[in-house]
Design a protein around this ligand. Sequence first.
Ligand code: ZN
Length: 395
Amino acid sequence: MTCTDDAAPPAVETLESPARGGVPGRVRSGEKVRPEQVRVHNRELLLRTLYREGPHSRADLARRTGLTRVSVSEVVGELLADNLVVEVGTRSGSRPGKPAMMLEFHEHGHQMIALDLSHSTLYRGAVLDLGGTVVARRDVEIGGSTGDDALAKVVGLVGSLRDQVTAPLLGVGIGTPGIVDVTGVVLSAPNLGWKDLPLRSVLVERFSCPVVVSNDANATVLAERSYGRSAADTLLIRVGVGVGAGLLLDGTPVLGSRFAAGEIGHVVVDVASDRQCVCGKAGCLETWLSTRRIRDDLSRARTDAERNRVLTVAGESLGAVLAPIVAALNVSEIVLSGPHRVLEGPLADAVTATIRERALTEAHGDIVLRLSDLGDDIVLRGAGAMVMDQQLGIT
Ligand SMILES: [Zn+2]
């Protein structure tokens, strides 16, 4: 099944440049509004309302969105034809007249392929429905692959997942470590051996499908916003094969002027350290905190006290890097995402203690640090959320 099949939704556009806020057809303030933009705006508005708020009748939708009943009926007709909305029966009400037909966002009408490249031993992949539920899974062993080998494994994984898709495919979402620009070029991912790799273009050409590629921490923060319980101002730290941060300010992800916002893994924590990093420097945060380095350090620890020390030093390193960020932005919440058995306990405690010691004043109030409860699928679900944002305008 591919997006070029007849069953694919005709009104879903394949985007050439999937920039947030730069999506063709989106309405921006100050621009002259074209009829096509109005159509896309109305379509996204109705879909968003049904997705976030549950079933509505056509009349409910008109009241809720301020669109005319004629516009609502027209757009709902398109959404039904595209299998993005379903009629779910009439509402028994006390009002006189014909009972209203209720409409619902159709979670099972399309599927998405999601990849998580943030682990140290496996590339993880899944087919998701539009409710974020995993329909099928495939993993592939990395086995030390980098560069072209790593790319070949990613292409192979998308191909094998495509064979598992049982509904029209909305698109492919990929969360990768490293710096990714808005056109889906991986500018730098030292852990994968990628530099200036046009990952999105390669996959679009190969699979004729909408593809969105983003940094794994940014995917994670989107998953937290869509499916988790994060505050509007949240700093999310993703610990995997690398370490990255995703930042949500006032509910909006911050990408940075060169898309490297949140690339904290290669901030040098200790200039005198001899801990060599994949980036060529020594003493980077990742040399204490990546899952690979923690695993190596723990394997050398002989006693519980030594193991605790490894985790505490990793937490202190992260706290030292986060303290100025917390002080500068006054974020209210920090969410840690990664293997819970590593992150919870001494590591998380050391992060909080270090931030308190270095940065917190009365003005910042109480900062909350918690572990993400979205589990191991968080990057996969975030990659799915990216596809829905890009293709349907809903998060
Ligand atoms: Zn480094």
